[in-house]
Design a protein around this ligand. Sequence first.
Ligand code: FES
Ligand code: FES
Length: 194
Amino acid sequence: MSGMNAMGARHPIDLTVNGQRRSIEVFAHHTLLDVLREDLGLTGTKECCLVGECGACTVIIDGRSVDSCLVLGVEADGAEVTTVEGLAVDGRLSAVQRTFLETGAAQCGFCIPGQLVSAHALLADVPHPTRPQVEEGLAGNLCRCAGYEQIIEAVLSGADLGSSTADDGRDQGRLSTPAMGDRSATPDAELAPQ
Ligand code: FES
Ligand code: FES
């Protein structure tokens, strides 16, 4: 009985997700990935290996890129979390989101949310990285389509544009339907484990 109660118990946490304060109750055994996808409906963060190998679930927690499948939801209490949905600002794609589109970095798209989040975390630390720094920064993000060359080019080009956050107002960066987050989420919905 106690085991059932432990599994069924929810715990209140407060966290900030993409700039919004969220107060929710989460299962003790749920990962932050579960919380983002199931409790907050943020399905841009992908679910794949669940053991910290693929990087599909990458989010930024308090400035560090992290595999959200390896973090319990309760551990995120008080944290500031950025997901792929939070990379665009005021409806405008970030520079790196734009260059991912322009270089054709997204093939099936499954790994792209995690790649983008890792790229943003890297560029926040190193605004003008070398190619080896990009390779190292994205080393934890696997791409089953093997689109590494285009992805690295996209990050280097995004860095050249000089911003890892909001774009410079160019019209092509304006989010439309489908948006970047939706674009990467749409084909993945069938691939992601339910
Ligand atoms: S799903 Fe988290 S690293 Fe693969
Ligand atoms: S674009 Fe298909 S897994 Fe990376």
